[in-house]
Design a protein around this ligand. Sequence first.
Ligand SMILES: [Mg+2]
Length: 384
Amino acid sequence: MKITDIEMFEVSLPLRRPHTYASLGAQTLGNYLIIRLNTDKGISGLGEGPVVPTWGGDHMTYFGESISTAKVVIQDFLKPAISGQDPHEISYILELMDRVIVGYPFAKAAIDMAIHDIVGKDLGVPVYQLLGGRYRSHIPLAHSIGLLETERAVEEAKVVVGEGIKTVKLKIGHDPQRDLDVVKGVREAIGEKIEITVDANEGYKSPKIAIRIIKQMERYGVSIAEQPVKGLEAMARVAEGVDTPIMADESAWTPQDVARIKETRAADIISIYTTKPGGLHNALKVAHVAEAFGFPCNLNGSIETGVGNAANVAMAAAARPISLPCVFPLTTIRGKEQTKMAGVYYVDDLITEPFRYDNGTVIPSDKPGLGIELDESKLEKYAP
Ligand SMILES: [Mg+2]
């Protein structure tokens, strides 16, 4: 089988409400690149680059990507490098891409997903089988609440808990007093049994500020504080200074990052994306290193459309250390809604059938490949 062509589609999905966080700036989520990789055997694969220009690594270690950069990288570099190659040679194809251009993991992840989709369809197995097989049948979902006013955040938390969500993640890192108020308000509204995690997206200006605020939050029962500050040294100071486990997200892109986090004691938990290391194949390497060092992990992302989410579901189903509640949307298709608010970030999607939601968890599909089909009319409808 040979790769013959890569089609690219820009999409902009309608949001339920804007999902905001400390480092997002004026960007909105959901303006992403979808690709279709075609082969001479008539089997096609789907992939997504959920690019966010303002989202990168610590201190410019990794950069933001946009639809335009991803298109240029694919058109000028990746497509010529992998055309004519056999998609079954996953690891070799990833090396070919790295040889022609350094970086751009979100663009490369789109191709990696599409290749996994093709190989899964050709072999008649779901993508999680290519990643070691299904390790869990239900993936616990955390519902993420952006930087809303306290009252709205509390209202949303009550609704999603009513719909089965067991972990509520609150975006913080903008205004310490608001952050404390929102954690207190949500805890009082949803009771003691539901987990609350917080994510500052590097928003706190110094380790001392982060330590002071997280310590004050500890009385309300916060189970994870994600990326309070920027950089491994600052993260290590926070991790040392509080009892709450610290999760590395912006600091943890590659397997090597995980090793450095271990060395510097910068965090207790690793947040894995299918995109940060450049796709499923490399994300599994991140999971293996994290597991070797004893880090529990979750799977997190950029609020992908149903295409990227199918890769997220496969990854979370297969990777053993991804034991913590995952932050990806419950893909919602107009007319086939499973919840009103729990896991819902977009009010419609590009795929024909959503992954099944069950009491705060998502059930991986056992269909071949990524297990999804594109609704072509939606590609047109949601073209920007
Ligand atoms: Mg995060």
